[in-house]
Write a protein that binds this ligand. Structure first.
Ligand code: FES
Ligand SMILES: [Fe+2]
Length: 320
């Protein structure tokens, strides 16, 4: 009897890679407001200091652990609700004289594209996503979306070239090209042909791109940049995915070149076209249980192999 070995199972894709996460839109963190959240099991609070700069701290007061979302922003810190001492922007607790010096950890944070990026690891942060991108676009962040789906399924879907025909009524003109950016991000470029039956947005793209959109996608862990060229119409989109409970929050910001009399129209059109495209993806990814071992699609294999190179968050942020 022939021996048939059990199929080899690849290493799992990381649940919480050691990476920058999009955790809010810049506009969500208004001055005086405290925004809280979690990356893996690490809880943080976010606020703006008196200069408008973003500060991210451990969520719990270093004195006795009160959650700082119940506190109040004062000058450059948060005044804790329980004893009214202040945790300053450096995480130092401004306690009464004679008390031991206590401090909490500050989290690396920055904002770009109208989004807030946060690093939850305890080591050196990886390079900032899309740092080489020139600042020549105007950005319009969208309302974040909560979807009952695994973020990895959503990300892998973005690289799955085989679903183009079934879901988006497009086909690839040639196999996709892969490369790595200098900072290790995965890039995939491809050109598609629009097929009939894709609805009004496909019709419009057909007119703009003469049927051949060029797309480049760059993935930095749970964040992705999409650059698309439809004829002379260029646009960009930045996405950030983060797990919340058994769902994923999808942040998105859309960019179009600055200047020109039609700049706002271009931006609104970019957002509308992406929204129409993504609605189709979200409808099929919802509830999906991702399995990539049997996939033959080069995009799915490429993104899966890339994700496996990312370490999980260290220490107490490890999702297990
Ligand atoms: S618990 Fe925050 S000041 Fe005491
Ligand atoms: Fe898709």
């Amino acid at each position: 009897m022939a021996f048939s070995p059990a199929p080899v199972r690849s290493a799992p894709l990381p649940a919480w890679p050691d990476a920058w996460y999009v955790v809010a839109r810049s506009s969500d963190v208004a001055r005086g407001r405290i925004v809280d959240g979690q990356v893996a099991q690490r809880a943080y609070v976010l606020f703006r200091d008196s200069q408008g700069g973003l500060v991210a701290l451990d969520a719990h007061c270093p004195h006795m652990g009160t959650h700082l979302r119940t506190g109040e922003v004062v000058d450059d810190g948060i005044r804790c609700a329980l004893h009214h001492w202040t945790v300053d922007r450096d995480g130092v607790l401004q306690a009464e004289p004679g008390c031991a010096r206590m401090r909490s950890r500050t989290w690396p944070v920055f904002e770009r594209f109208g989004l807030v990026f946060l690093f939850a690891g305890t080591g050196t942060p990886p390079p900032r996503p899309f740092a080489e991108l020139p600042d020549d676009h105007r950005w319009l962040p969208a309302q974040p979306l909560l979807l009952k789906a695994d973020w990895r399924a959503m990300l892998v879907n973005g690289f799955d070239t085989q679903h183009m025909r079934a879901v988006h009524q497009r086909e690839l003109v040639r196999p996709p090209a892969f490369s790595r950016s200098r900072d290790g991000a995965l890039c995939m470029s491809y050109e598609t042909r629009i097929l009939p039956g894709g609805g009004p947005s496909s019709w419009l793209i057909q007119r703009l791109a003469r049927g051949r959109p060029h797309i480049t996608q760059t993935c930095h862990g749970p964040t992705m940049l999409v650059e698309s060229r439809l004829g002379r119409f260029e646009s960009r989109a930045v996405f950030g995915l983060i797990t919340r409970g058994d769902s994923t929050v999808a942040y998105a910001s859309f960019g179009a070149p600055q200047g020109g009399p039609l700049r706002w129209m271009r931006l609104w059109l970019t957002r509308a076209l992406y929204a129409a495209f993504l609605r189709k993806d979200y409808a099929v990814v919802e509830g999906m249980r991702l399995m990539v071992d049997g996939a033959t699609d080069p995009g799915v294999r490429g993104i899966s192999d890339y994700l496996r190179t990312l370490p999980e968050l260290d220490g107490d942020g490890h999702a297990g």
